[in-house]
Design a protein around this ligand. Structure first.
Ligand code: PRP
Length: 176
């Protein structure tokens, strides 16, 4: 049975990285109002933390896509399961994600949202598994690059478990 066995990124490290990201976003968008688009479900924890660190005015919306299901391997086919309801035309949009792995999800969402004619569209992600990338993605604000381990916590799940863990942990076979 797979269980969270060791901490990869502590809650303190996450807090520091989220603050750094917020300062970079504030600096890049002086005078703008941002539409934060959280990617469900995993993106909600970063969304909740990041929005409270930002000094810019923000609106919130959410979007959802699927490609993993209950599996640990992406199917490669991304499907939109919930669209934003905000009119994004002429607005500054920031996609907020927990993790970029192959890049397929975020690439799909970027392409989908570009069709709504935003003034700008950027990506903020806490964790980046750069070594797993299958398609290039422009991640403008990145918390940490992590190795190719199966991680849970801070929004990330294993078969819908462990999203509420405050640290990012590696899932391993439970031999004990
Ligand atoms: C996870 C994660 C990203 C995506 C990253 O979502 O939140 O959206 O996978 O993988 P990729 O770069 O290989 O596309 P998941 O599909 O597991 O949905 P969830 O957020 O509801 O857990």
């Amino acid at each position: 049975m797979l269980k969270p066995k060791r901490v990869l990124v502590t809650r303190d490290q996450i807090r520091d990285k989220v603050k750094e990201m917020a300062r970079a976003i504030d600096a890049a968008h002086q005078g703008d109002e941002l539409v934060l688009v959280g990617v469900l479900k995993g993106g909600i924890v970063l969304m909740a933390d990041l929005m409270r660190e930002l000094r810019l005015p923000v609106r919130l919306d959410f979007i959802a896509a699927e490609s993993y299901g209950a599996s640990t391997e992406t199917s490669g086919v991304v499907k939109l399961t919930r669209d934003v309801t905000t009119d994004l035309r002429g607005r500054h949009v920031l996609l907020v994600e927990d993790i970029v792995d192959t890049g397929l999800t975020i690439r799909y969402l970027i392409s989908h949202l570009k069709g709504k004619d935003p003034a700008s569209l950027e990506v903020a992600v806490l964790l980046d598994k750069v070594s797993r990338r299958k398609v290039p993605v422009d991640v403008r604000y990145r918390g940490l690059v992590i190795p190719d381990a199966f991680v849970v916590g801070y929004g990330l799940d294993y078969a819908e478990h462990y999203r509420n863990l405050p640290d990012v942990m590696v899932v391993e076979e439970d031999g004990t």
